[in-house]
Write a protein that binds this ligand. Sequence first.
Ligand SMILES: *[C@@H]1O[C@H](CO)[C@@H](O)[C@H](O)[C@H]1NC(C)=O
Length: 386
Amino acid sequence: MRFTTSVVGALLNALLASAAPTPTTDASLAVTTVSNRVIFSPPSNAGWVDPRVLYARALSLSSGPLLATWENYSPEPPAVYFPIYRSQDGGASWAQIGSIKDTVNGWGLRYQPTLYELPQAVGRWAKGTILAAGNSIPTDLSKTKIDVYASTDGGATWTFVSTVASGGVAKPDNGLTPVWEPLFLVYNNQLVIYYSDQRDSKYGQKLVHQTTSDLATWSAVVDDVHDTAAYAARPGMPAITRLPNGNYIFAYEVCGTDGCRVHYRLNRNPLDVLNTPASATFTLKSTKGTTPVSSPSVVWSSVGGANGTIVLSAGNSGQVFTNRKLGDPNSWVEYTTPQPSAYSRGLELLKSDDSALVIIGAGRLPPSTTNFVSVSVLDLKALVGA
Ligand SMILES: *[C@@H]1O[C@H](CO)[C@@H](O)[C@H](O)[C@H]1NC(C)=O
């Protein structure tokens, strides 16, 4: 299905009429809601490549602003890059303040950007440094490389930091050797980067991580999820967040053998996801029976009492899936949102108020010539009735 502007508008109106929180004038409500606000829509006639934009990510900075970036299929040359847009009003309005350009390979920064603010110093990089990682890939898609860049000026300028992993042809076919989809986490005074890895001939694809304590050298590859019984299994798209009971929820898709359904593991040690017992490994299923598919993103908010609320987004759904029982497999409740479904939406919470849920998306996989980048900011308390 193609998402024309009018379809989006009609859907949005229907959603707002049926399920969105009632508009209120209560000034004490901290969260100003934003519904499917367009951040960037490429010009339609200037050589932009299908799907134009994809795979958007937002980052709430502790200094206040929101940043956004995405896969940006601008005409080449010049090499593709990750744009950096900023909002200083909680997601209502956006302007470009910079871009992350490949300064080491000459290939461009093409796929799967991720943004992260360092919660503590790592090596020579101070607390508050903004990190970006993404997949540097040449125009002919012959190579993949996960590179890290850093900004110390709020996202305006970026410096190459280090390379984490290098792989082969950027196509998701078993037997090829690309690396994909990086994601950062600081744990135990180390910076961890999770990603998808096709370089191990035992598996079509597996999930792995590497760690660093200086952002210069990275540890050996450690497996997080692989399927010893089925070469064709393609666990991918890692997502992780910490829960208040000390567990981490590690969510991922399983393509190849399970239709890309979303699975998750609960484990105290985010460096040992691989040895999570079967009793703490689940296929996500909502209380309505929905099993969401592909590209999960997950955050944890303190909204809703001691357990707080886990919020998860998946690629085939405009809903979000929430869990107020620390990942209990029978307690996933789905809620409609005004943010349309997209391939690999990003979730983020405002650092100043974690009841503000940011959902950012940038449309569908190709063929899709109408994708645009948009964001919704929702009051999670109103959404889940907490
Ligand atoms: C918090 O989560 C635990 C574990 O699932 C559950 O037993 C408990 O009922 C939850 N508390 C609330 C208030 O929902």
